[in-house]
Design a protein around this ligand. Structure first.
Ligand SMILES: NC(=O)c1ccc[n+]([C@@H]2O[C@H](COP(=O)([O-])OP(=O)(O)OC[C@H]3O[C@@H](n4cnc5c(N)ncnc54)[C@H](O)[C@@H]3O)[C@@H](O)[C@H]2O)c1
Length: 370
């Protein structure tokens, strides 16, 4: 098992990564003397697949544990679901001394985190990510949130968990597209970190996909360590933390424009491609480097497909992105592996060029622009 410490003064916590380590849950809760009243926010799919595993570990805790089950869809990442959690908590008389445990992917984790940060003005919570994407990204760093109308994650908070357990055994039941989504976020770290990790990822894409345990643990812990170091320096995303949004300005807009036919991690892969084309158009990388940096993404070419795209709508969605101010769209771009530039503005023409080429890589045929 690997342990990574996220340094945030009195809000510091540990992320445990390993195979079969869900069985340490009760032990860690007792050791940290966390609140005694447990409430589980559980992904419905995980409940179906792992009820015995969950039951046997939760029985170790000994007290009554209540559970709410959530079907993980972006539509359910809503005020309505949040209200259901508050209602269930109140009906069972939970108050300040509550420990919320999120068991599921990024959708369940983001909602559970927001519920924890707001119920009774903030109660303790733990993240147990059961998707690869949640393990390398959403479960660490304390961003919580829900969607409102069609704006993603627009209501939320920064609120850190007490600890995170990444049990890689959960990933065995993930659908191929969910593994691909996790890989999308992992690829992001390949560009953010250094050449050693970039080359390691490039060589091991198949091994990650096939869940070779030592590769998986190494990749997850490296990504978590990198994210943790950034979050320690800039918890509330005033500057440096923005690097973690590489590809995401494009990705969020593409996700919404495609009405979520593309999953978040898949949209991130397309979004990184668009960002690389924009970096090239703005003269940050030359054509040779563009080809080199695009090479890991090309492997996903046949697996992600986009038929048509509405450029005007994409631009409108980007302008609504909470990271943008005063009608200006800001991008995170790449100068080289490990050399990232934040807050770059671009003309409409350059944005369209990047969308056309980036999305073009994943288009089933000549892309139809609406
Ligand atoms: N808070 C953050 O910093 C942050 C970062 C990145 C992404 N996100 C958010 O995370 C969400 C995406 O998360 P996700 O990719 O985990 O998606 P998700 O939560 O929708 O899970 C994907 C699917 O996998 C299923 N599932 C979960 N665990 C499973 C398992 N072990 N076996 C089989 N199926 C399983 C779920 O039921 C769901 O159908 C988005 O809403 C995104 O905005 C948040």
């Amino acid at each position: 098992m690997k342990t990574i410490r996220i340094e945030l003064a009195e809000n510091s916590y540990k992320v445990y990564v390993g195979q079969g380590i869900f069985s340490k849950l009760s032990q860690i809760i007792f050791r940290q003397k966390l609140a005694a009243n447990l409430f589980i926010v559980l992904d419905s799919q995980v409940k179906k697949l792992y009820s015995d595993k969950l039951k046997s570990e939760l029985e170790q805790i000994g007290t009554e544990v209540n559970t709410i089950t959530i079907k993980a869809t972006e539509k359910n990442k809503s005020v309505f679901t949040l209200e259901k959690i508050y209602t269930a908590l109140l009906k069972k008389n939970y108050s300040r001394d509550t420990l919320i445990i999120s068991i599921g992917g990024g959708i369940v984790g983001d909602i559970a985190g927001l519920a924890a940060s707001t119920f009774a003005r903030g109660v303790q919570y733990i993240q147990i990510p059961t998707t690869l994407l949640a393990a390398v990204d959403s479960a660490v760093g304390g961003k919580t949130g829900i969607n409102f109308f069609d704006t993603k994650n627009i209501v939320g908070s920064f609120y850190q968990p007490k600890f995170v357990i990444v049990d890689t055994d959960f990933f065995k039941s993930l659908a191929a597209e969910e593994m691909r989504c996790g890989l999308g976020e992992i690829l992001k770290y390949a560009y953010l970190t250094d050449r050693v990790f970039f080359n390691y990822i490039r060589k091991n894409i198949e091994n990650i996909f096939e869940q070779k345990e030592n590769v998986l643990t190494k990749v997850i812990s490296t990504a978590v360590k990198y994210k943790g170091d950034i979050v320690s320096k800039d918890e509330k995303e005033k500057g440096l933390r923005k690097v973690l949004n590489l590809g995401h300005t494009f990705a969020h807009a593409i996700e919404v424009e495609q009405e979520f036919r593309l999953k978040h991690g898949e949209a991130v892969i397309v979004g990184i491609a668009c960002s690389l084309y924009l970096s090239n158009k703005l003269g940050l990388i030359d054509d040779d480097k563009l080809s080199e940096l695009l090479s890991p993404l090309i492997k996903f070419q046949k697996l992600i497909s986009i038929r048509s795209i509405n450029f005007k709508k994409i631009r409108k969605i980007m302008l609504r992105d909470k990271k943008n101010k005063q009608n200006r769209i800001k991008f995170v771009l790449v100068k080289d592996v490990g050399e990232i530039i934040i807050d770059v503005e671009a003309s409409e023409e350059d944005i369209n060029y990047s969308l056309e080429n980036g999305i073009g890589l994943f288009a089933t045929s000549a892309i139809s622009k609406i």
